[in-house]
Design a protein around this ligand. Structure first.
Ligand SMILES: C[S@@+](CC[C@H](N)C(=O)[O-])C[C@H]1O[C@@H](n2cnc3c(N)ncnc32)[C@H](O)[C@@H]1O
Length: 243
């Protein structure tokens, strides 16, 4: 099947925005895992004095995880889909967040709204047409020693991981997507995970984009071997010697 990209994918998220929160709430661990990954940014002092970007913030589920982990941070959420963003703007508890309607490509190309001390990207990189370019752009949006946490469905590389993922999609995700009329979006989810990097491949991609200290961390529950957290840092000294 052909995966959705760019405007087509954004249109699918625009259509799926109304049912998105209901569907993910049926996924055991969805919110807890986002909170676990957000905490892995490990910003000191509740994030006081730090600027954090939630890239591909969607309806604000990942933004809420960030806000809980770092109640003192300044948070910016950005997404390509206006309908997903509209739900994020209306989410309780996120009144202090500034939401921006922009693609990851636009934000990283013009350095807009940066620099950031940390970037969180949950379920984003698998969806962008040119992940290497966006990763390099995210790297350049960060201050020296700034942190990236990516949270992504990425298979562990064992045959069993692919089988679990396809069983969950065939048995649960696709029937629910069909019920809400979002079959195309959830078919994209299924196949994009099968085609995207395995966890070691995505870690290597982060290293090639310039990130230091890249680590792959597991997530518990049925997502073991299916979803991972990736952490990395921009080098503490930039090419021009600035700290
Ligand atoms: C699966 S949702 C995840 C939303 C949120 N981060 C969460 O964890 O619930 C992916 C989001 O990424 C956004 N997205 C996909 N490609 C994008 C791009 N190139 N630039 C900005 N946002 C993008 C979609 O519009 C969608 O809201």
């Amino acid at each position: 099947m052909t995966l959705l990209h760019d405007a087509e994918l954004t249109a699918a998220f625009d259509r799926g925005a109304d049912s998105y929160d209901r569907l993910v709430s049926l996924n055991p661990g969805y919110h807890a895992h986002l909170r676990r990954s957000a905490r892995r940014l490990a910003l000191p002092d509740g994030g006081a004095g730090r600027r954090v970007l939630d890239l591909g913030c969607g309806t604000g589920a990942s933004t809420a995880a960030l806000a809980a982990a770092f109640p003192r941070a300044e948070i910016v959420g950005a997404d390509a889909s206006s309908a997903m963003l509209a739900r994020a703007r209306g989410r309780r508890g996120l009144e202090r967040v500034r939401f921006v309607h922009a693609t990851a490509e636009e934000l990283t190309a013009d350095g807009g709204h940066g620099p950031f001390d940390a970037v969180f990207a949950a379920y984003l990189f698998r969806n962008v047409a040119a992940p290497d370019a966006v990763l390099r752009g995210v790297h350049d949006l960060l201050v020296p020693d700034g942190r990236l946490v990516a949270h992504e469905y990425t298979l562990g590389g064992r045959r069993a991981d692919r089988l679990v993922w396809s069983a969950v999609c065939r048995g649960v995700v696709m029937p629910l997507g069909a019920l809400t009329g979002d079959g195309a979006l959830y078919r994209h989810l299924w196949h994009s995970v099968l085609r995207f990097d395995t966890a070691p491949e995505f870690a290597a991609r982060m290293r090639r984009a310039g990130f230091d200290g890249v680590r792959v961390l597991p997530l518990p529950g049925w997502q073991t071997g299916v979803a991972h957290t990736f952490t990395g840092r921009r080098h503490p000294i930039t090419a021009d010697g600035a700290r």
